[in-house]
Design a protein. Structure first.
Length: 252
């Protein structure tokens, strides 16, 4: 549970990529834990609106935040708007990511840069701006969604794997820099989760992957969200700089 602050207000959470499957599950879970949730989306406004409406229908508090994480100035504006409206920005969950697969010899510069711009540059933009407000309140939780690809790699994923490895290193540095200010930074690295992003892999290679997963099944967005919810809570107050794998044992 994301308990209220000493002053009695709800924790304020910004979820980047909340129109996607994992981001949606995180938004719903944090809202259910009592957080005021800003549903961040880039182009999927209708999906983002549906998430916010679902939160409100369940009795939670939610607002929309259109945010392109590649745009540093827009990220700055969104974080400032959240802080100005709520008086705090306590939690950042970065679930915004893209994956454009191409074997390395055939990968052009644009494909490389597009993935790095969203997955790594975007994470930096978000963490930098959110951390500034968290430091003011001497309390904060940053959770970046990584991937087991950061440590395992994958054919056609030079850009994606490199971006996620960078996110994990960025998170460790943030943990070192921000810990004394009461701000914790962690990564969650999902395995093969039943989302649109993994649909092709599950369809074409599922029978080859399942035998290597200790639990013999793919994960769900809700299972990832439950771990993120914990890392955003008071109970996780002595955990920082970690990469938590949620992969059903695929990395064993």
């Amino acid at each position: 549970m994301a308990e209220p602050t000493d002053r009695g207000r709800a924790r304020v959470a910004l979820i980047a990529g909340a129109s996607g499957a994992i981001g949606r599950a995180v938004a719903l879970r944090l809202a259910g834990s009592g957080c005021t949730v800003y549903v961040g989306y880039r182009g999927g406004r209708e999906r983002g609106r549906a998430v916010a409406e679902e939160i409100r229908a369940r009795g939670g508090s939610a607002d929309l935040a259109q945010i392109d994480v590649r745009d540093a100035s827009l990220v700055k504006q969104v974080c400032a708007r959240v802080f100005d409206h709520e008086g705090a920005l306590d939690i950042l969950v970065n679930a915004a990511a893209i994956n454009l697969e191409t074997l390395t010899p055939g990968m052009d510069d644009e494909t490389w840069r597009e993935v790095l711009a969203t997955n790594l540059d975007g994470a930096f933009h978000l963490c930098r701006e959110a951390a500034r407000y968290m430091v003011l309140g001497r309390w904060g939780r940053i959770v970046n969604v990584s991937s087991i690809s950061a440590s395992r790699g994958g054919r056609g994923q030079a850009n994606y794997a490199a971006s996620k490895a960078g996110v994990e290193s960025l998170t460790r540095v943030l943990a070192l820099e921000l810990g004394r200010k009461g701000v914790l930074a962690n990564c969650v690295a999902p395995g093969v989760i039943a989302t649109a992003m993994s649909e092709r892999i599950r369809r074409e290679h599922g029978q080859d992957i399942i035998p290597h997963i200790a639990l013999s099944r793919f994960g769900t967005p809700e299972e990832v969200a439950s771990v993120i919810n914990f890392l955003c809570s008071e109970e996780a107050g002595y955990i920082t700089g970690q990469v938590i794998r949620v992969d059903g044992g695929l990395s064993l």
